[in-house]
Design a protein around this ligand. Structure first.
Ligand code: GAL
Length: 716
């Protein structure tokens, strides 16, 4: 077949964002199917870049018998990150990835709950392919005859395994090659940095800016076993308050419905009066979240309304709504609003909008499905999670109510969606890596906790999830909280663990620690909304010149001054790389000089946490939930000179009124012997108060409380 080579001029669509149209792009792409409102003003506030950071003359498009091929330059030494939520790898340089929606990404192939056709490079720019196809991308691993680097002679004599052997032979490949099946062209977008972090920010702002979750969404979540009834849910909620286990959200799993897999979307007799259930929970300070999926069972009153607006294949006997049609979205949303949200439901867990090829029997609709909107099954798979989120979002936006939930599939432009990813997979190390890789793509990931193999495993998992976008205990198949018995069968047989008293105590303190970080975390999300800066992100994003961070995948920044290094069961100690500058151990206040690795012991009751020296770190009081006034009583830790003040935000935490300016900026500064607090804004509601100040000066390690508050070393 005759091949056609093209070079096109880029069009600058926003400051620092260029589009290059190659060939004839498809009709259904992320741009046409997943609408988004780019934040042009915020993009314009990022540092200016006058030229497209990739030389357009080096970007080639080519129509082939298999689809469309795009190639972009990739200089030697340049590292590649992104391509969506990647649980099994971090740095994509040299890898081949096929970006397919999949719920069981068991191998490092590119299959993912959220494959995003966007990558960023260590040289500080991002590339987005506007396609919903299952594209394959070679991140430097393919070697054309015309440009292959010579293989090093004799290298096979010294290699120790096949991985090393083949890696040494594919070192060349100084281009990224993307193959988009079935397409005859594609729009490629280039996002300027000039740093990787700024390129990610620009992509997130182009997507519409980061989400700002309701404050309660950042508290602790507990999902009850699927067959819990109204009484069981209330008893569990009550027991958390009695045992002082912080919790903000109670989630119901599939059993709340009359029919599930596929769903009726109708309350079962387990919840005879759902409005009463949610109001009783609200009295205790909880929000109610519902598990759901979109597949609509014939018994559902929604079924007939959707029967002409669904795909031609069923999933578990249920219709697959054609969410690409606005009419379908409206019908679905109205039913959910009337039957759930009007009854006090604050949000959803949008399950199974992915699909799997890697388990005994593949499920979900096939790629050759047809939808009335004319999307085929492949395109619909890529778009389904995003469209499902938008369907639900329309309910809450119209009510001026913020929501936060969980989702199992998404694609491009996800940053504004207030949803966190989760998975049925459970490898703890991969779960931690997910927090880090999600941050390159406008995604949020939660390493949720279910059962555990041991007390140690449970505690390590709880620690990690408390320092993630959503602090979720997903006890959907466990009768009692996992800290009372972490082994599933024993738990469900009612045999609680003899060690549960001390384990519960350790877990309680971890949940409480999460609560104490909420003012800081909320501020990090405000930054995400305003500037696109991910609240959880790889250190490589913050320290682009430090090569030691190119493969640093199991530790991350939370906000601008806290470094988190989770520990997994079996580790007595772990390596932590501290970037340039000085750092303080959060627990001991010990000072560390950055630019090097440390092998650090992590006692079982501590996740490894570091704070940048010379910073202020405000921590909330011991609140049981976000409606608890103790949340607003700050203990401010002052490290070293305290020269790095901090900005916190106050708003109602539940509506979109912050978009109309109803939000206060609260600045905290260290004035040598006290904290100065200044507030701008007209929001009248609960306000931060500096209740305690603890100073860790340059010489001392201990926390010296100022004012009349006595030294309490046990506090932190
Ligand atoms: C799964 C989901 C789990 C749980 C379960 C309930 O698909 O990943 O978290 O919700 O369904 O049946």
């Amino acid at each position: 077949m005759a091949e056609q080579l093209e070079i096109k001029k880029p069009v600058e669509v926003f400051p620092g964002v260029w589009r290059i149209t190659l060939g004839s792009p498809e009709e259904f792409t992320p741009h046409s199917v997943l609408p988004h409102n780019s934040k042009e003003e915020a993009i314009a506030e990022l540092p200016a870049c006058s030229d497209c950071p990739v030389d357009p003359a080096l970007i080639h498009g080519e129509l082939t018998s298999r689809g469309y091929l795009v190639s972009l330059p990739l200089a030697k030494e340049v590292q590649v990150y992104g391509l969506g939520l990647q649980l099994l790898s971090f740095n994509q340089r040299g890898k081949k990835k096929t970006l397919r929606i999949n719920s069981d990404p068991v191998a490092d192939t590119g299959d993912s709950h959220a494959p995003v056709p966007f990558y960023v490079t260590s040289s500080g720019y991002g590339v987005f392919f506007d396609t919903l196809r299952y594209m394959t991308i070679y991140c430097g691993g393919a070697n054309r005859r015309s440009s292959a680097a010579p293989i090093e002679e004799g290298s096979q004599a010294t290699v120790s395994g096949s991985e090393e052997l083949y890696a040494s032979r594919t070192r060349g490949g100084q281009e990224v090659i993307a193959e988009i099946p079935r397409a005859q062209g594609v729009d490629v977008y280039i996002f300027a940095g000039p740093t990787m972090r700024l390129a990610v920010q620009r992509y997130n702002l182009y997507s519409g800016g980061g989400c700002l979750p309701p404050l309660w969404g950042l508290g602790v979540w507990y999902r009850c076993k699927s067959d819990y009834t109204h009484d069981a849910v209330l008893a569990r909620a009550q027991s958390f308050r009695e045992q002082k286990m912080p919790c903000d959200v109670i989630g119901l799993e599939p059993g709340w419905q009359t029919k599930t897999y596929s769903n009726s979307h109708v309350w079962s007799e387990r919840f005879p009066d759902p409005a009463y259930t949610s109001s009783e929970l609200a009295k205790l300070g909880y929000r109610l979240n519902l598990w759901t999926h979109a597949f609509t069972n014939p018994v559902s009153p929604l079924h007939d309304k959707l029967k002409d607006e669904s795909g031609d294949f069923l999933v578990w006997g249920g219709l697959v709504p054609d969410f690409a049609s606005a009419g379908t979205r409206t019908k679905f949303a109205s039913f959910f609003e009337e039957n759930h949200v009007d009854k006090g439901v604050s949000g959803y867990k949008l399950d199974e909008c992915d699909g799997s090829d890697f388990i005994g029997s593949p499920w979900s609709f096939p790629e050759f499905s047809k939808f009335p909107s004319k999307l085929d099954g492949e395109l619909m798979h890529s778009a389904f999670g995003g469209l499902f989120q938008q369907t639900i979002q329309s309910i809450f936006e119209a009510r001026n109510q913020r929501t936060y939930g969980e989702v199992r599939a998404s694609h491009a432009f996800s940053a504004p969606n207030p949803y966190v990813f989760y998975s049925d997979l459970y490898d703890h190390t991969s779960f931690i890596r997910g927090v880090v890789t999600a941050g390159f793509n406008g995604l949020l990931w939660s390493p949720e906790v279910r059962h555990a193999d041991s007390a140690e495993d449970l505690i390590r998992r709880v620690q990690a999830v408390m320092f993630s976008p959503q602090a979720t205990i997903n006890a959907w198949y466990i009768q009692n909280p996992p800290w009372e018995q972490w082994l599933t069968d024993e738990n469900n047989a009612g045999r609680l663990n003899d060690e549960r008293a001390w384990v519960t105590e350790v877990v309680r303190e971890m949940l409480q620690l999460r609560m104490s970080f909420l003012p800081y975390l909320y501020a990090a999300y405000v930054d995400y909304w305003k500037t696109g800066l991910p609240p959880f992100r790889a250190l490589a994003m913050d320290y682009p010149d430090d090569k030691n961070l190119w493969h640093c995948d199991l530790q991350f920044m939370m906000g601008d001054r806290v470094l988190v290094a989770p520990v997994v069961a079996g580790q007595q100690s772990r390596e932590v790389y501290l970037s340039a500058g000085s750092w303080r151990d959060f627990w001991t206040n010990k000072k560390y000089e950055g630019g090097q690795s440390y092998s650090l012991v992590a006692p079982l009751d501590r996740i490894l946490l570091f704070v940048k020296d010379d910073c202020l770190l405000p921590l909330a009081g011991r609140a049981q939930h976000t409606g608890d006034p103790a949340l607003w009583d700050l203990t401010v830790k002052v490290y070293g000179s305290g020269s790095q003040g901090i900005t916190l935000y106050e708003d109602d935490g539940t509506t979109f009124n912050y978009l109309r300016g109803e939000q206060n900026r609260v600045q905290l500064r260290w004035a040598g012997d006290q904290i100065d607090l200044s507030r701008n804004g007209s929001y009248e509601g609960p306000k931060y108060r500096v209740a305690k100040v603890g100073h860790v000066d340059r010489r001392e390690r201990s926390l010296r409380f100022i004012e009349d508050v006595p030294l309490n070393e046990a506090l932190y």
